[in-house]
Design a protein around this ligand. Structure first.
Ligand SMILES: [Zn+2]
Length: 56
């Protein structure tokens, strides 16, 4: 396990093309569930659903 920090950096990936990623922060104390965001994907050229993915 990584160092416990309530404000962690997460990577979200476009669910449609799996190519475009964004970095965002989440508070793991208040957000237990996986992050899901609607963002503009420059690859799909539309707003897509982005979901949290594990950073390797
Ligand atoms: Zn996309």
């Amino acid at each position: 396990m990584a160092k416990k920090d309530s404000r962690g950096l997460v990577t979200v990936i476009c669910q449609a093309c799996k190519k475009v990623t964004y970095r965002t922060e989440k508070n793991s104390d208040t957000t237990k569930d996986k992050l899901s965001l609607n963002k503009y994907c420059k690859n799909c050229r539309k707003v897509c659903e982005f979901k949290e993915t594990k950073t390797k």
